[in-house]
Design a protein around this ligand. Structure first.
Ligand code: TXA
Ligand code: MG
Length: 342
């Protein structure tokens, strides 16, 4: 413990986690962020950290991503906490090769030619296969998954070393510009993440192009590093605009997961515990987190909403969730899910 006035610094046994406290109040916690070279040793450490559920930033040819094991709901929740994202947008999952991508998604015929652009600055959105183990927080409860095979050699080596699908949004605090160098990530998120794998400067420097499909054919969901012209040349047809024109901001999907049941929020004394989702101790058929842990609640959110909805109940009630930290994104999503359907 190091005293500095009335604030002091506590390090944990391994010296990794620091807490800045005053009296018995925690002011801030931080961890030592390792900046790892993208050689075999550094890549191995980064892969081990990911396997342990830690957050590791790594470069792709588009931008640096904030990576977590996509099959670990708590690790994915930590991505949102680290970015300070006020809402749960679905995340892109990164894999090393086409076999790994095809194991996750059922790619419609109309999108297949585009796999010629993989590895590269392209993300494809398609129905997720059953039993992939992808945490429901990754898709934000949607039946589709966004998948990308990055070309950057460091990213490729990391994905091969982990052997796991890695969920990664751009490695910046919400509202900041996307990082194209390890130093940008260190300046923004140093002290908040376990490690940054320095895979060099991003050669594209612009996020991936996102393409999905509806019944009409391939749809451009986000312009990016792969030009519309090259995608269209590969397809031999123009890319369509998305049908739902109600998107107000990037990442604001109109196709958000919405349960069939009517949701009532902030219910402290449920009339019917059999259709109640609790948070912390208390009655309820489901519990987002018996210990009132917001990361655990985030990790469980979409699974429990789906489970409760699958009972066919006309109404589901949910306990109040605190608004701080990850609670902001949880409440954002619950408010949308509870809004009257259009
Ligand atoms: O270049 C990139 O794409 C970078 C690197 C790290 O791969 N990643 C990135 O992620 O830009 P992010 O989280 O900042 O943006 C992901 C976008 C969001 O706008 C999200 O709405 C969209 O992907 N997305 C993810 N899953 C989707 C889905 N199932 N349907 C439609 N859009 C989806
Ligand atoms: Mg972003």
């Amino acid at each position: 413990m190091v005293e500095t006035g009335d604030a002091y610094l506590i390090r944990d046994a391994k010296g990794k986690h620091r807490t800045i406290a005053s009296g018995n109040k925690t002011i801030a916690t931080s961890i030592d962020t390792q900046i790892l070279p993208a050689d075999a040793h550094g890549t191995g450490i980064a892969a081990d950290l990911l396997a342990q559920g830690q957050i590791v930033a790594f470069g792709t040819e588009t931008v640096y991503g904030l990576g977590a094991d996509a099959t670990n709901g708590l690790a994915v929740a930590a991505i949102y906490a680290t970015k300070g994202r006020p809402s749960f947008n679905p995340l892109i999952v990164h894999v090393a090769d086409l076999d790994a991508a095809m194991a996750l998604i059922d790619l419609p015929e109309s999108l297949r030619p585009l796999t010629a652009h993989w590895p590269g600055p392209l993300t494809l959105v398609a129905p997720i296969r059953p039993d992939t183990g992808i945490a429901s927080l990754v898709t934000a409860g949607l039946p589709t998954l966004a998948v990308r095979i990055p070309a950057n050699p460091g990213a490729q080596a990391l994905l091969r070393a982990t052997g796991k699908p890695i969920a990664a949004p751009s490695a910046n605090t919400s509202g900041q510009i996307s990082p194209s160098r390890a130093a940008h990530v260190a300046a923004d998120l140093g002290g908040k993440i376990a490690a940054i794998l320095d895979t060099g400067p991003c050669t594209v420097g612009l996020e991936s192009t996102i393409i999905g499909a509806d019944t009409r054919g391939p749809v451009l969901l986000r312009p990016g590093g792969l030009s519309r012209e090259s995608a269209e040349a590969t397809l031999g047809t123009p890319l369509l605009a998305r049908a739902d024109a109600t998107i107000t901001a990037p990442g604001q999907l109109a196709s958000h997961y919405a349960p069939n049941a009517a949701l009532r929020l902030d219910v402290t004394a449920p009339q019917n515990p059999a259709t109640h989702i609790a948070f912390g101790p208390g009655p309820g058929a489901w519990n987002l987190s018996p210990t009132a842990d917001l990361a655990e609640a985030a990790a469980n959110l979409f699974d429990l909403l789906h489970q409760a909805d699958a009972t066919g109940a006309a109404q589901i009630t949910i306990a109040p969730i605190p608004h701080h930290g990850l609670g902001a994104a949880i409440n954002d999503r619950l408010t949308r899910a509870a809004a009257p359907k259009p």
